[in-house]
Each structure stands twice: as structure tokens, then as C-alpha cells.
Ligand binder design. Structure first.
Ligand SMILES: Cc1cc2nc3c(=O)[nH]c(=O)nc-3n(C[C@H](O)[C@H](O)[C@H](O)COP(=O)(O)O)c2cc1C
Length: 511
């Protein structure tokens, strides 16, 4: 068994799944549409308990909801309606489109290839209108399927080594990722997508929780086998990736009244056959934690970010003041979000860019970000069309809320190349690249640091999406040529690794 501290596994995975000009051209993979996996997990024998579809209007501005988290306070217990809203606005079906071969159901959060490999489960005490239980969220039926009756939260408390917010959460969301659902298209790179696609869901979930007044915390440290056993998932195919503790009650959960026995529930096969990419399973196994004590020493104490001293004048952000920001509520913004399929080459304002950066990067409540406000990813920008900023490459000094220009020029064609030779990053107003000092992250967190850095990127990326759509801008996540991105921002970025990319700009309506 490879240990979390043997970080060669994360390096091997990361280096073998880099995209380059060469790797894209030598890859002979093609999409087998006849074998396209189902984008849902279906338990055919479980009757769903229907959830109410009407969205409760929180009226809380999206730009506030993405920036805030609710301080811990006693006895904040979500009811069934609130749970329905949290699930709908993070992983629910918000629109669909027919095409000659069928219908695509688009979801509340962006997802690579619209393949939706993330499933949500709920473990709760008795809530107003919902009995204690372990449930699977079924987006098509928009309902909850009960996997176990009774309160099983104690299993999560034990698996997280007594994580304090989990210990007092009346409700926990468990996010799992299914390899084949995404690997059908993206092959072994899918393990990175687990973090990205889980992260965009969590960005929505955290924002809606804040708008509804619930404390929420992302928990990435847990004994994997215990959580997978609770869900009774086949961990060769589907694995628990993150947990979210929601709400607060003073009482600690009781011991479950019955054993965690296998459920033996049937599920519908995803497609006729599946292709295995063992590199991902090796990465997952090597980043698994095996005992509560290991979890306790894993969480917290985020390594500090070493920012090279600025060699150029800093340009302070100029975010809009509270009274001038868009008041569009979070639920409306999530419902109108959809990735830009084409950007107009028109400028956005510096105030719009400043507002989105300021609101989205204030900190994520997570067990691997300690103290609150710590961050693993660092943001580098290629500015093409932002009024008041010269086109060029920039570094974002987050603590100082300022940009530093690293080089000035029109880099549209280079940005298009870096974003895997696509038009979106060339046409956007600004491309925001996430880079991280992977060596220090893996040194502190072992292989599981790789899950954390990808998940944080997805959460920040999801917040950038929401911050953009709140201001009626467009956004799209993008993939990239790893080492070329680092080279572009070097010498400043030397030694770092490319993790994520989001483009922002003015969308052009496409059919
Ligand atoms: C991390 C991430 C990377 C993405 N990469 C690309 C990309 O390289 N090219 C592209 O056209 N769309 C990309 N997308 C957009 C997805 O295709 C889009 O989210 C998906 O089709 C669902 O549609 P929606 O976001 O409009 O709901 C990406 C999305 C995410 C979250």
C-alpha cells in the first residue's frame, strides 16, 4: 500500500497528465458516442422522496454570498426546503437542450464536458420535515432516495477524526466522483477534473449556504474507506472526494443504531463497457487516509505562499463599493449561469475585474485552509481588454489586493495557444490562470494535497463564474498546456505548476 507521504505518486500522476502541444497531437483517443456514459447514478429500486422545486428567494446579492461565510453560532438547523434549495442550486438540472442523439441536462454548476461525474449524498439528523437518514440526491426526479434510515453522522465524525464543525453539523453533504463518467472523454486527466468539477459545485453550495444563513465548511480530510463503506459504493469506480458540514447544533451525533452493513442496491450500468485508467486509481489510493490520527495531523497548517518581491509598481484593485455592486440575488445568478461559448473581443471595466477578484478570493472555509483566508493557488492574469489596464501578463497580489504587471503586450494569440488552441481564451477580456507551488503543498499535505489544490481551484473558479455572471459578464473554465503556461509567466512563476484556468469577458449569444 502506498502511503500518503510517498509523494512520488502525485508527481507521477501530475507529470503524466500534463497537456502539451505534442501530447495532444500524439493522443489517438476518440469519443465513442455509442458508449457515452449516463450522466447520473440511477438506483432503479429506490423510490425518490420528491423535493419542492420552487426556489426560496433569499434576496442576498450573489456578490455578497460568494464573499461571505456565516460565523459559527449555535442551533442553525436547515429544514427540508433549505436542503432542497442547496441541492438544486449546486447540482440540480437548471436547463436542458435537445440534440439529434438525445438531450443534455445542464446543471447549476459548470462541469468539464458536461459529463457531471459528481454525485451528492446527504447524511442528516432528523430535520424539520425530513427523517434522519443517509440519502442520495437524484437530480432528474429531483428527490432524495433513502439509502439508510437513522442517524449516521457519527460515522463521518469518526472518519474526520472528530473535525469540530462536522461533529456539530446537523447535516453533511458527501460528494463522490465517478471515474468513467468523465474519463470517457478526458482519460487519466479526469482525476484533476474531480477537484475542478466538485469545486464549482461547492462554490455554489457555499454561496447558497451563506445566503440562507448556514455556517458551512469543506472537509477534505477523512478516512476514505469509512466514508465509502457508509455509502456502499464500489470504490474501484466511485470515490468520496469531499464533505461539507452544514449548519450547527450543540448536541453531538449518537452512535448509529445499527451496523454499517452492505446495502447491495442495484444501480444502472453507466454504459455498455468501461475503460480503466489505473493511474487515477493509483493516485486516489496513494492520497487516501487510513486512520483518524492520520486525518487529525493532516488538516490545518496551510503552508505559507512565498510571493516573489514585486519588481514593478502595484496597481491597486478598484472594486465597486457595496452600494454600487449588482444586487442580483444568488439564486437568480446561478439560474442564469452557463459557460460562455463565444466571447466578444470587447473590453470589460477595471471595476468589474476588481470586483470579481476582490469578492471571489476572500477565503474558503476548508479544513486544509488554516487560518481562514489561507490559499493554495496563486492567480496570474493575461489581460486583453480591460479598460484602464495595459494588455499584458499580471500577477495578483491577493493580500495587497493589487495587480503587478509582469510584461506588456497584446498576448491574444499566445493565450489562445495556452488554452489548448481554443478561441475562448484568445477572445476573452482576461484569462485568469491558477498556479501553485505544488512542491510545498505536497510536502505539507502529502499526496492528498493534490486533491486539496485541485478542489480549491474549482471552488475559486466557481466563485469567479458567479462573480462574473452577477455583473452580466460571461465566463468559462478552460484547460491548458501545463508547462507552457508556467513558461509564459516565468521567471516569476518558475518552479510552480499550472492548476486551472478561467476566462472572463463579454459573451456573444450563440445558438
Ligand atoms: C474546469 C472546467 C474546464 C472547462 N474547459 C473547457 C474548455 O476547455 N473548453 C470549453 O469550450 N469549455 C470548457 N468548459 C465549459 C464546460 O464545457 C461547460 O461547463 C459544460 O458544457 C456545462 O455547461 P454550462 O457551464 O454552460 O452549464 C470547462 C468547464 C470547467 C468547469
Amino acid at each position: 500500500m502506498i502511503d500518503n507521504r510517498t509523494i512520488e505518486t502525485a508527481w507521477t500522476y501530475h507529470n503524466s497528465t500534463k497537456h502539451s502541444y505534442q501530447s495532444i497531437r500524439s493522443n489517438t483517443h476518440s469519443l465513442d458516442w455509442a458508449n457515452h456514459p449516463l450522466p447520473f447514478k440511477i438506483y432503479p429500486t429506490l423510490e425518490p422522496l420528491p423535493l419542492r422545486r420552487e426556489v426560496r428567494q433569499t434576496g442576498v446579492a450573489a456578490l455578497s454570498a460568494i464573499a461571505e461565510s456565516i460565523p459559527v453560532q449555535d442551533d442553525v438547523v436547515p429544514d427540508l426546503e433549505a436542503l432542497a434549495q442547496l441541492l438544486y442550486l449546486s447540482a440540480g438540472i437548471t436547463r436542458s437542450r435537445k440534440y439529434p442523439g438525445g438531450e443534455i441536462y445542464f446543471r447549476a454548476a459548470a462541469c468539464t464536458g458536461a459529463l457531471y461525474e459528481v454525485e451528492l449524498y446527504v447524511a442528516c439528523s432528523g430535520l424539520p420535515n425530513l427523517e434522519a437518514g443517509l440519502y442520495h440526491f437524484a437530480p432528474v426526479a429531483f428527490g432524495l432516495q433513502r439509502l439508510r434510515a437513522g442517524d449516521y453522522r457519527r460515522v463521518l465524525v469518526d472518519a474526520t477524526g472528530g473535525e469540530p464543525t462536522m461533529a456539530h453539523a446537523p447535516l453533511a453533504i458527501i460528494c463522490t466522483c465517478t471515474y468513467w463518467r468523465n474519463a470517457w472523454k478526458y482519460q487519466a486527466r479526469t482525476y484533476r477534473h474531480f477537484g475542478w468539477d466538485n469545486g464549482t459545485i461547492l462554490a455554489n453550495l457555499l454561496a447558497v449556504a451563506a445566503a440562507l444563513g448556514f455556517p458551512a465548511k469543506v472537509v477534505c480530510g477523512f478516512v476514505d474507506a469509512q466514508v465509502n463503506r457508509l455509502l456502499d459504493i464500489d470504490s474501484e469506480r466511485e470515490v468520496a472526494f469531499s464533505l461539507v458540514a452544514l449548519g450547527r447544533s450543540s448536541a453531538l451525533p449518537p452512535q448509529p443504531s445499527s451496523e454499517i452493513s452492505p446495502l447491495g442496491l442495484a444501480t444502472v450500468p453507466l454504459s455498455a463497457h468501461e475503460v480503466d485508467y489505473p493511474l487515477m486509481r493509483a493516485m486516489h489510493a496513494a492520497s487516501s487516509l487510513h486512520a483518524a490520527e492520520e486525518v487529525v495531523s493532516w488538516r490545518g497548517r496551510t503552508p505559507p505562499i512565498n510571493v516573489p518581491p514585486s519588481a514593478n509598481p502595484l496597481i491597486p484593485l478598484e472594486p465597486l463599493p457595496d452600494e454600487e455592486i449588482s444586487r442580483d440575488p444568488i439564486e437568480q445568478v446561478i439560474l442564469r449561469r452557463g459557460s460562455s461559448r463565444k466571447f466578444a473581443r470587447t473590453p470589460i471595466t477595471f471595476a468589474q475585474l476588481s470586483t470579481v477578484l476582490d469578492r471571489a478570493t476572500g477565503g474558503v472555509p476548508a479544513d486544509f485552509l488554516d487560518p481562514m483566508g489561507a490559499q493554495l493557488n496563486q492567480l496570474y492574469l493575461i489581460v486583453h481588454a480591460v479598460e484602464g489596464l495595459d494588455p499584458g501578463g499580471y500577477f495578483f497580489h491577493r493580500e495587497r489586493k493589487a495587480l503587478e504587471c509582469l510584461k506588456r503586450a497584446d498576448f491574444r494569440s499566445q493565450a489562445g495557444y495556452l488554452g489548448l488552441e481554443q478561441a475562448l481564451p484568445a477572445d476573452a477580456a482576461v484569462d485568469i490562470f491558477f498556479l501553485a507551488d505544488l512542491a510545498s503543498i505536497l510536502d505539507r499535505f502529502g499526496n492528498r494535497g493534490y486533491r486539496a489544490v485541485q478542489l480549491e481551484a474549482g471552488i475559486l473558479g466557481g466563485k469567479l463564474y458567479l462573480g462574473a455572471y452577477a455583473q452580466r459578464l460571461g465566463a468559462s473554465g478552460l484547460t491548458f498546456y501545463d508547462d507552457d503556461v508556467v513558461r509564459f509567466f516565468s521567471p516569476h512563476a518558475e518552479g510552480k505548476n499550472a492548476i486551472f484556468l478561467v476566462a472572463l469577458g463579454n459573451s456573444v449569444k450563440t445558438r
